[in-house]
Design a protein around this ligand. Structure first.
Ligand SMILES: [Zn+2]
Ligand SMILES: [Zn+2]
Length: 360
């Protein structure tokens, strides 16, 4: 990355400025970082100990991931390829044939079990229709109606999965057990930062809601047997909240495989949301990077240099080689103004230049 800033380490914030967030402790106990409260940024990731360069600080399976576009690395990206993939982990499956009836494919028994939980919350063939709608409505956003559908189906599927154990508790009436299961299923999504306004740029929420309701409502109602929860899950409030959360938290993923029928690499562009990875703040001089080119949706965060104990771990949300103004414009999408050493220095130079101009 930008060599002049190699020494510009992110400032070490005093321990008293940080409070480890208890709710994350069980998830970070196996890792070398903790997730802490940050007075300005809300959340931040802090190294528990000194870390070597090129070290995988985090390996995480996304809460939800979704495919975007497939192409051959040897051809133009606009030339679409269509080779099947696992709908759970997005691994490319050159040896499988897409199911004519639109039944989703999975790479393994584990993926089939996990995928089965959310797939049953959609009408048959829903994924293909959602992708068709997205192509027609042609927005090049990494957040698609399919992404929202997968989130809603995942909450409904997890609710169903948790219900028997809550019922067995014996303490709850059926309705209470269902609501307890639903609230547990929602919890990982509540950890994703949400935008302050309900407005979702670039998305017609009412037509997206109508589509999603058509593809999900019947199956969810059948499995949850609760009209109120079903209505909540497919409401426009839920859809716009999820759209906003996904836009702020989605990480792009690049999945690749050598496929005999494809010149070069077969590449599946995808995106996903991860609870831990989405807690990493942005810096234009990041000390960590999210790994790209994987064989499935598993995401890694790797250190780019040596890191001292207590230092904040940052990744970059954008192309950091862009000039200041373009970086600021791109970061507006994430609803914050970057205060990293590179931005502060460049803004300082700009200010000096402006002063020199106005005084001459
Ligand atoms: Zn799989
Ligand atoms: Zn910056």
């Amino acid at each position: 990355m930008a060599a002049p800033y190699a020494g510009g380490a992110a400032a070490v914030v005093g321990a008293d400025a940080f409070n480890e967030l208890d709710e994350y402790r069980p998830f970070t106990s196996a890792y070398d970082f903790s997730i802490v409260h940050h007075p300005n940024k809300g959340k931040a990731v802090r190294a528990k100990r000194a870390l070597a360069s090129d070290y995988d600080v985090l390996i995480e399976i996304p809460l939800v991931c979704w495919p975007l576009h497939m192409f051959s690395s040897a051809a133009n990206e606009s030339q679409s390829l269509s080779i099947p993939w696992c709908e759970q982990c997005l691994k490319i499956l050159p040896d499988k044939t897409a199911d004519e009836a639109g039944a989703p494919l999975f790479c393994s028994v584990t993926c089939e079990q996990q995928g089965g939980q959310w797939v049953k919350m959609m009408q048959k063939g829903a994924l293909a229709r959602l992708r068709g709608w997205q192509r027609e409505h042609g927005k090049d956003s990494p957040v698609t109606v399919e992404a929202v559908a997968r989130c809603i189906a995942r909450v409904a599927g997890t609710t169903c999965q948790l219900l028997p154990s809550l019922r067995d508790d014996g303490r709850a009436a059926e309705g209470d057990a269902l609501r307890a299961a639903f609230s547990l299923a929602c919890r990982p999504f509540e950890r994703l930062v949400a935008p302050h306004t309900a407005e979702v740029a670039d998305f017609d929420v009412s037509s997206a809601t109508a589509l999603l309701s058509g593809e999900l409502r019947g199956a969810i109602a059948e499995h949850l047997s609760d009209e109120e929860l079903t209505a909540t899950l497919v409401s426009s409030d839920t859809v716009s909240l999820l759209l906003g959360q996904l836009m702020l938290n989605a990480q792009s993923l690049t999945i690749a495989a050598f496929v005999p029928q494809c010149e070069g690499l077969c590449v599946l562009k995808a995106a996903g949301v991860c609870v831990l990875q989405s807690s990493f703040n942005h810096s234009c001089v990041p000390n960590c990077a999210v790994g790209s080119l994987k064989e499935d949706s598993t995401l890694t965060v790797t250190t780019l240099r040596e890191i001292s104990a207590g230092e904040e771990l940052c990744i970059s949300y954008i192309d950091c080689s862009l000039p200041l103004a373009s970086r600021q414009e791109k970061l507006m999408h994430y609803l914050f103004v970057c205060e990293c050493p590179k931005c502060l220095e460049q803004r300082g130079i700009q200010l000096e230049g402006h002063k020199a101009q106005t005084s001459s």
